[in-house]
Write a protein that binds this ligand. Structure first.
Ligand code: COI
Length: 355
């Protein structure tokens, strides 16, 4: 029998669902009743189980506490107009998780474990998928290294978990972005293209600094010249200059290959818009702003969806982008993507995975 067909399900005795106000959901604060868990040992994954969402008991010597061998993903489930659960592009996240795993010397997960395991978990907790606009069931698969050993070497034991969280939007409003050139997120040859926990841990201090200055997030620049923009950390980034949408290319392994980024590029090209994936410098953006050709700027991500950038600050240059409501490209994408994700529009791309 296949691994996923074999999933043992241990259901909660009492659901916590009635304790949650599903019409007012912050991002990532509430967790649904169950989680999927699988252990890797002796070079293979054991049988996954779906169990009540619960704490883990781990030795203080557990590898990932010390050396950060930890990776994660972000996926979302929605309800279509008939109330059927659907998951958006889970296979793309599975492939990306395995790219992260390879770079971090962690085992790959099978499609069955990741996608079919996720399907069964979402199916069981389908009542946790919110129906309010812009809300969804945020799915967080992750893997940690759990050898009880504090010597530095790749671990041999791992835990893979999928947990889910009914969530509202990550950003409720257009964001104000600070272009960072004191700190670096990623270098060629590093781990910028992965969803390694370390990429997020390293951003906490610089982000704390700019939040104290009143900004929401950092736009990272390259580590050599601090000239070319990379990504926002929680989002990929796009600039509409004239009639072209421009986003940094993925070539130097410094930027996360966002599933939403890819969806946006596809939808814009299908609409007939010019999209360029190429290095884009902060000077080019500032020049376009000055010339009045920087029309729109937005971030893309699973959690963030499509988030307009209302202000971009680079040193003492405060580039303010007004009238977000009139932005054609950003608002087209917001509508088109959510129509597909919520099953309101026929999916011609094979992006919607029926639970
Ligand atoms: C996502 O978009 O799913 C992310 O993982 C970004 C952030 C919440 C860490």
């Amino acid at each position: 029998m296949s691994v996923a067909a074999d999933i043992v399900v241990n259901k909660v005795e009492h659901s916590k669902l009635s304790e949650i106000d599903m019409s007012h959901l912050p991002f990532g604060k509430h967790y649904s009743d169950h989680m999927l868990i699988a252990y890797y040992e002796n070079k293979q994954w054991g049988k996954p189980e779906i169990v009540p969402f619960s704490n883990l008991s781990l030795s203080p010597a557990t590898t990932f506490f010390h050396y950060g061998q930890a990776i994660f993903e972000g996926v979302k489930a929605y309800k279509d107009p008939q109330g059927n659960p659907i998951i958006f592009r889970p296979r793309d996240n599975w492939e990306r998780m395995n790219r992260s795993a390879r770079r971090m010397a962690m085992p790959e997960v099978t499609e069955e474990l990741f996608v079919e395991g996720m399907r069964q978990l979402v199916s069981l907790d389908r009542d946790w998928i919110p129906s309010t606009p812009d809300s969804s069931l945020y799915i967080r698969p992750f893997m940690i290294a759990v050898d009880e050993f504090i010597g530095v070497r790749p671990a041999e034991k791992f835990i893979f978990i999928i947990m889910t969280s009914p969530s509202g939007p990550y950003y409720n409003n257009p964001v104000s972005i600070y272009v960072q050139d004191d700190y670096v997120r990623a270098f060629p040859g590093g781990i910028g293209f992965t969803k390694a926990a370390a990429n997020y841990g390293m951003s906490m201090y610089p982000t704390q600094q700019i939040k104290a200055m009143g900004y929401d997030q950092i736009l990272w620049t390259d580590g050599y010249e601090h000239k070319y923009v990379q990504e926002i950390g929680t989002m990929n980034v796009f600039f509409v200059i004239g009639d072209t949408a421009i986003t940094p290319d993925l070539e130097k392994d410094t930027i996360l290959e966002g599933v939403t980024r890819n969806s946006v590029i596809t939808l814009l090209r299908e609409k007939g818009m010019k999209v360029e994936e190429r290095p884009i410098s902060i000077d080019e953006i500032a020049d376009a702003y000055k010339a009045g050709t920087l029309k729109e700027a937005f971030g893309t991500g699973t959690a963030a969806s499509i988030t307009p950038i209302a202000e971009l600050t680079y040193h003492d240059n405060h580039m303010k982008l007004a009238n977000v409501d009139t932005w054609e490209t950003t608002n087209f994408l917001k509508k088109e993507l959510s129509d597909i994700r919520y099953g309101r529009k026929v999916d011609n791309h094979g992006w919607v995975y029926k639970v």
